[in-house]
Design a protein around this ligand. Structure first.
Ligand SMILES: C[S@@+](CC[C@H](N)C(=O)[O-])C[C@H]1O[C@@H](n2cnc3c(N)ncnc32)[C@H](O)[C@@H]1O
Length: 222
């Protein structure tokens, strides 16, 4: 996920990354409100705030992740005009006030779909967030471990979300490379709500809908 977001920062004209142009390009909102779900230790959300100026990234996870998030936020060096905060959010419990009162441009979901038991609550949470921020994009990264994870796409579809872009990054792995094994992929999907999409002016809509083909690319070296 971070490699994907970083590659946009480095190559803003790369056609595979165009869906993010709307957010980060000259016509973007200027200040970005970002919410990360299931932040874990916070590497993706913190990395985002360190890469991009003028954004607020709210990191969320279960209570047990708050201590490490506190620690890592304290060590972070956000880009100018950017800041980080955190909030407890359990997908099973509905939106906490600290999250519900925000309006967001972007939701980040990295490696949160491996447990199919928690997918219904995750999708329900994304749906609740989308009700308040219907124009937001949802960037989901996943490393497929089991076919049961496919239920995520069915549930997202049922909740009105459509994949508007997908990209595959081979995971760097020195061991696999050394022994000639195929590299594993991380898949990145951008979702938007189809009802919201109908209301987006055609120029923006084209930028999203014309990039639906599955693409494979290498993680750029930093
Ligand atoms: C594999 S970790 C991914 C962490 C981080 N996003 C990353 O890419 O390194 C999955 C995260 O989802 C969180 N999670 C799992 N179930 C959750 C729930 N019901 N509500 C909120 N977070 C949850 C876990 O606490 C964990 O931090």
């Amino acid at each position: 996920m971070l490699a994907y977001l970083r590659s946009f920062r480095q190559n803003p004209d790369d056609e595979l990354l165009l869906p993010l142009n709307e957010l980060f390009g000259a016509s973007g909102p200027g200040y970005l409100e970002v919410l990360e779900l299931g932040s874990g230790c916070g590497i993706v959300g913190i990395g985002f705030a360190q890469l991009y100026h003028n954004c607020h990234v709210l990191l969320t996870d279960l209570p047990e992740a708050m201590e490490i998030l506190d620690c890592n936020i304290a060590q972070a060096r956000p880009a100018s005009g950017s800041k980080l905060s955190k909030a407890t959010m359990n997908w099973d419990d509905g939106l906490p006030i600290a999250v519900a009162q925000g309006r967001y441009h972007l939701f980040l979901v990295s490696d949160c779909t491996y447990n199919s038991d928690s997918i219904p609550a995750l999708v329900k949470t994304l749906h609740a967030l989308n009700q308040k921020s219907p124009w937001a994009s949802i960037v989901v990264s996943m490393k497929f471990r089991h076919s049961s994870e496919n239920v995520f796409f069915d549930m997202m579809n049922d909740a009105g979300f459509q994949v508007t872009s997908e990209v595959r990054f081979p995971l760097p792995d020195r061991h696999r490379t050394a022994v000639g094994q195929e590299l594993e992929n991380v898949e990145i999907y951008i979702f938007r709500n189809t009802i919201s999409l109908e209301n987006i002016p055609s120029r923006s809509q084209n930028a999203h809908t014309s990039k639906q083909a599955e693409k494979t690319r290498k993680i750029p070296s930093s």
